[in-house]
Design a protein around this ligand. Structure first.
Ligand code: CMC
Length: 440
């Protein structure tokens, strides 16, 4: 018996896929990645058939080929340039990982020294930027300040706006960004406290310098606890890249118009701010605190999250890609326990987090949908233990994600990616004539 193929269908083959549209067959190439993941290349589809594809939220769309980060959501695998995240979080420094992401390989001793020194050399920000801080309201969210400040760096370094700059100039902009973002982030915090700004200390490592600018005072030396420094290093590494997520895609799309790197990163910071993305770490702690102060049983909150007529979601649960577990959350959960123990902190919010996790993980709603705690479920608890205020949590995420954004932007520029410009399916009114206002 012969089964007629439907009028429109798509069948995958090893090297190509066939698509049948209005009875006509077209061959589309299949691309295979280095970890054997497959994609149907539809880049010529519209020219061949007149059709586009539609995929709201890009849930099934690969926007680029990339050699930076690999993740397998089903198996819970995450690696940067082939190195497993577990090994990097355990053994590397954040600066080493930044070099790896941006330049493709782990640095040797000489390369690392040059990279670290160059970054240290650029940590100061122009004194005129202080006046921007004075103009923000005292309760301004630090993510709003950071995004504005990073964009305004392009006005202090106008040569960064030239799309035809040399590799050396691009490197200089990259080093400036990595150097200045922690200074601006810490200054945003100090400004919100009404405290004097602490200038960078070039004798300190990247993470220690940041902690000193955050918590130091001009009148006394700040004693950096190695447990705090190690935890910060680990958190930054775990956040350093996550392939084509919302903020990274934003950086690539903005950069694809040849907008300068500072502005592209500023746009990425804005995208990260949302509670469904990086803003979740702040939202998690705020949620856990309201659960604690409400005194209502955890089941009430789980039921609320399941109720489709209620917009409440369990913040820190679920991920677009991870459907079994988030490998970063596994490492962070252990780090949270270690940090709290080492610092002698008993945080009731952590206990609520653990209970909530246990309740949700047994609930069929969460199990069936593959909703597990993500990286942000536990990161806020560590940041709290490190003394970082809740509003700064997403800034911490930005600090970690910076080398990933830069690496992805650099790859996009080097690949001469075309400008990002999706299509749409128009669903509005058909052509009609303008009606004079008195006749409407
Ligand atoms: N609580 C309750 N229900 C949820 C949640 C949640 N946190 N997340 C997803 N769902 C449900 C959702 O209602 C939908 O149900 P149904 O199939 O019945 O319509 C189903 O699960 C699939 O959800 P989705 O919104 O279609 O999934 P998505 O891939 O578009 O969204 C997500 C992923 C991370 C935005 C979402 O899980 C979420 O809003 N989580 C809470 C916010 C959060 O923790 N974000 C941090 C992500 S990790 C850090 C980062 O890298 O950004």
């Amino acid at each position: 018996m012969q089964i007629n193929p439907p009028k429109n269908s798509i069948r995958g083959m090893s090297e190509s896929a066939k698509i049948i549209l209005e009875g006509k067959e077209y061959d589309l190439p299949v691309i295979t990645g280095s970890e054997k993941e497959k994609a149907i290349d539809i880049s010529k589809l519209r020219a061949m058939t007149g059709y586009v594809t539609i995929d709201p939220g890009f849930k099934n769309t690969g926007s680029t080929k990339s050699a930076i980060t690999f993740l397998d959501g089903e198996k819970g695998i995450l690696s940067y340039r082939g190195y497993p995240i577990e090994q990097l979080a355990e053994k590397a420094s954040f600066i080493e990982v930044s070099y790896l992401l941006i330049y493709g390989d782990l640095p040797n001793a000489e390369q690392l020294e040059y990279f670290s020194e160059s970054i240290t050399h650029h940590t100061l920000v122009h004194e005129d930027m202080k006046r921007f801080f004075e103009a923000f309201p005292t309760n301004a969210h630090p993510m709003g300040i950071l995004s504005s400040m990073i964009s305004s760096l392009s006005t202090f370094y106008p040569e960064s706006q030239n799309p035809n700059r040399s590799i050396e100039d691009i490197d200089l902009t990259i080093h400036r960004l990595i150097a200045k973002l922690p200074t601006l982030a810490a200054q945003a915090h100090k400004n919100s406290m009404g405290h004097p700004l602490i200038y960078p200390n070039n004798d300190l490592s990247y993470t220690k310098n940041f902690l000193n600018m955050m918590f130091g005072m001009p009148t006394e030396d700040y004693n950096i606890n190695p447990v705090v420094n190690d935890a910060l290093n680990k958190l930054l590494i775990l956040h350093a890249d996550h392939e084509q997520n919302c903020s990274t895609s934003t950086v690539r799309v903005v950069g694809s118009s040849q907008a300068n790197l500072f502005s592209s990163i500023s746009a990425g910071i804005a995208a990260l701010w949302g509670p469904l993305h990086g803003g979740a770490n702040q939202a998690v702690i705020e949620m856990l605190e309201s659960i604690k102060s409400s005194g209502t049983p955890l089941q009430h909150w789980v039921d609320k999250a399941k109720d489709k007529s209620d917009s409440f979601r369990l913040m820190g649960f679920g991920h677009r890609v991870y459907k079994n577990f988030d490998p970063r959350a596994k490492i962070i959960k252990k780090a949270a326990d270690d940090v709290l123990e080492a610092l002698g902190i008993d945080d009731p919010v952590l206990n609520i987090a653990k209970e909530l996790e246990a309740v949700a993980l047994k609930d069929p709603y969460f199990v069936e949908r593959g909703l597990y705690p993500n990286v942000d479920f536990y990161s806020g608890i560590i940041y709290r233990a490190l003394g970082i205020p809740t509003e700064m949590f997403t800034v911490m995420f930005a600090l970690g994600r910076l080398p990933g954004w830069i690496a992805q932007w650099k790859e996009m520029v080097e690949d001469r990616a075309p400008i990002g410009r999706p299509r749409q399916i128009y669903t509005g009114a058909n052509a009609r004539d303008y009606v004079d206002i008195k006749n409407r």
